[in-house]
Design a protein around this ligand. Structure first.
Ligand SMILES: Nc1nc2c(ncn2[C@@H]2O[C@H](COP(=O)(O)OP(=O)(O)OP(=O)(O)O)[C@@H](O)[C@H]2O)c(=O)[nH]1
Ligand SMILES: [Mg+2]
Length: 659
């Protein structure tokens, strides 16, 4: 089997991203040096570059406690350090969701959000904006021991009174098991931190990899950020079971409530891992017997999760780590870790590349076409002027004034049409107002407040659930209405473009396609997580009511983000469909003016004709140089966009859509 491992493939992907960015940056510099793009055009190119630079690939590890999440992260990503980077030990180890990432420009450090912040309604996402709310521990990346010591913080716990834990949403007095955990002095052990972010200059993290390690069920269920944001947004989620524990009820609960099926066509991978198969390596059994035993367990897992067998990966994270550290290829093969890495990289990276490529291609092709259109119009105008002046060689008063009259008439017709363009602009501006009435933030905030009020009012869980359902439904209706307006604007502008291309030989690229689909999908995704988590809830206690309120905060902030992006994208799109047309209209006006002036000048003093023609030829050569340079830049970018270095090997394991 060809096992390009995840790390190598991710590096290939990163270098592709850098090379594409470099080509786009050359395009941007050229456009700005030659003065071809307006400010908006440069901003749009820059936005593509920013997005490529910020591109992240996130992998979440989700499971009940002690299944080996942290060990697996160590084995896949950090074996090079020759030791365990993340703490992994028997019993509950990782106590808070832990993100490993690297933001260059920020110091290597561990950022810890105190558990006490759970007493307030603000979600983790909000706290991210306030660095002073986090406890920060500098990482001495030169010393392995110091780093290990720092990372141990993710396991930190503290004891608080049960009533305090309840206030944090970490203790449900009705839960028998939870009550049993209360000590004689009335205290209970809770995590010391709510969330940890490790800013760590590992090469993969520096290239945009984000790893999310999670604690077991109790903590996942209580942190809405995980349910509605971090887990559903991860590009890949690995769900881990342990061969020694089998598939327990709480494993199934984690799977059902937090992972389940990935939305179709989302490009998000969901893999199941059966860890700790080394527990089945019994020296008194033959290899065949062991193999049969592993097969049987993997088949059981597949059946219980409703997956195909080939989507379950039996591995030993621990032996995989040891094998990598000791460079022991036999043990590595036996750990079966490479098969998981191969599957993960085949699933994950091509899908990710596709998404980035689609976004960059749509925007760049549109920008390039606009630049080509502008140059083509300039070329055509220059030619018209040259022909005109050329024919003046054998001038006489008659042809001269005839020509003046013709250009004047052309200018008049063009300007009359501009008044029509102004009329369309005012229709466009009315449409734009309607569009922003639907997706504007004021309307959205009103929805949030209305839903809050409805939640507060209802005494029963059904009422609360209905209020939230209504929130989803109304926002969906807004987005759908916005979509219809976008379609109207598109039709109108397309007709306009066609007019100006046909009647006035402007070379225009068709308006960029746009719709609300992306934001509707995001809404679906959040609602999906909501249904999974709350769909079966029947009774609601006070404790759960607090929890629900907190969940709504996170749901609202996720959707708010989608609306904010929808607003920003809509504004960008409106500029993208109007600016090139306006730019070309202005150019044409100037060119008509120039033509009039130069005929007049030749008319008045015939000796300037030769000079004018030489000038025009120079300008023409300049234009041709630009056309060629633009074509070269276009080819270079297209070559990068087409580069297919990732998905070539014969089909992936072929995950069924239900996974
Ligand atoms: N035998 C065996 N033990 C493993 C393997 N992977 C992990 N373990 C052990 O299982 C225990 C739990 O591993 P962790 O990595 O801490 O598990 P976790 O899922 O991160 O657990 P929490 O952080 O508590 O949620 C540790 O003692 C590991 O050494 C494996 O492949 N084989
Ligand atoms: Mg752990």
């Amino acid at each position: 089997m060809n096992s390009v491992n995840l790390v190598e493939r991710f590096q290939l992907y990163s270098s592709w991203r850098f090379a594409l960015s470099a080509a786009i940056a050359r395009f941007r510099d050229w456009m700005s040096d030659e003065g071809i793009a307006d400010v908006d055009g440069i901003t749009r190119i820059q936005r593509v570059l920013d997005r490529l630079a910020e591109d992240r690939l996130s992998i979440a590890f989700v499971a009940e406690f002690s299944r080996g999440k942290s060990e697996l992260i160590n084995a896949i990503f950090f074996a090079d350090y020759g030791r365990r980077i993340l703490p992994s030990s028997a019993g509950r180890t990782t106590m808070c969701p832990t993100e490993l990432l690297y933001n260059e420009g920020e110091p290597p450090e561990l950022r810890l959000l105190p558990i006490e912040t759970r007493a307030r309604t603000a979600g983790v996402a909000e706290y991210r904006l306030y660095p002073d709310e986090w406890t920060r521990i500098a990482l001495d990346t030169g010393s392995g021991d110091a780093m290990l010591e720092a990372f141990r913080q993710v396991s930190a716990t503290k004891r608080v009174r049960a009533s305090v834990a309840s206030q944090y949403g970490l203790f449900d007095p009705r839960d028998v098991d939870a009550r049993a955990a209360v000590a004689a002095d009335g205290t209970i052990e809770i995590p010391a931190w709510r969330h940890a972010i490790i800013n760590f200059p590992h090469p993969l993290l520096a290239q945009g990899l984000v790893i999310l390690d999670t604690p077991g069920l109790n903590a996942i269920g209580a942190e809405p950020e995980l349910t509605f944001s971090l887990i559903p947004n991860a590009h890949a989620v690995l769900f881990i079971l342990a061969a020694d524990a089998g598939v327990t009820k709480s494993d199934i609960q984690v799977w059902r409530e937090h992972i389940g099926a990935a939305p179709k066509g989302s490009g998000h991978a969901r893999l199941a891992v059966l860890n700790k198969i080394d527990g089945l390596w019994d020296e008194l059994k033959s290899d065949g017997e062991i193999e049969t035993e592993i097969e049987k367990q993997a088949a059981d897992v597949a059946r219980m999760l409703g997956l195909e067998r080939r989507n379950v990966f039996p591995i030993s994270a621990q032996k995989g780590l040891v094998a990598k550290v000791n460079e022991d290829p036999d043990l590595l093969a036996r750990s079966r870790l490479p098969a998981l890495e191969t599957a993960l990289s085949r699933e994950l990276i091509p899908a990710k590349q596709e998404m980035v490529r689609d976004f960059a291609a749509a925007e760049l092709r549109n920008l390039i076409a606009a630049a080509q259109g502008l140059l083509a119009t300039r070329v055509a105008d220059a030619k018209a002027q040259r022909d005109e002046l050329g024919s003046l060689h054998h001038k006489n008063q008659g042809t001269m004034s005839g020509m003046l009259a013709r250009v004047k008439a052309e200018k008049d017709v063009f300007e009359r049409n501009l008044t029509q363009f102004a009329a369309i602009r005012s229709v466009l501006s009315r449409n734009t107002d309607t569009l922003f009435m639907h997706i504007g933030m004021d309307a959205f905030r009103a929805e949030v407040e209305g839903t809050h009020a409805a939640i507060e009012k209802s005494a029963f869980s059904a009422g609360i659930i209905d209020a939230m359902r209504g929130f989803f439904a109304r926002n969906r209706a807004h987005l759908e209405a916005a979509n219809r307006v976008v379609a109207e604007i598109t039709d109108m502008m397309a007709a306009m473009y066609q007019r100006f291309s046909e009647d006035f030989t402007l070379k225009l690229a068709m308006p960029r396609a746009f719709s609300m689909l992306r934001y509707l999908k995001e809404l679906d995704r959040v609602e999906d997580s909501f249904n999974r988590r709350f769909g079966t809830m029947s009774l609601i206690t006070n404790y759960e009511r607090t929890l629900t309120r907190r969940f709504f905060e996170v749901i609202a902030s996720r959707i708010q983000l989608a609306f904010e992006i929808a607003n920003r994208d809509s504004e960008g799109w409106l500029r993208a469909i109007t600016n090139p047309l306006e730019g070309q209209i202005k150019e044409r006006q100037q060119s008509l003016k120039r033509r009039l002036v130069s005929i007049k000048r030749v008319h008045e003093a015939a000796d300037t004709l030769e000079e004018r023609l030489v000038e025009l030829e120079d300008a023409d050569r300049d234009l041709m140089r630009q056309v060629v340079a633009l074509e070269n830049l276009r080819l270079e970018i297209e070559a990068m966009l087409d580069q297919e270095m990732l998905g070539q090997e014969a089909g992936p394991a072929g995950f069924d859509v239900s996974l």
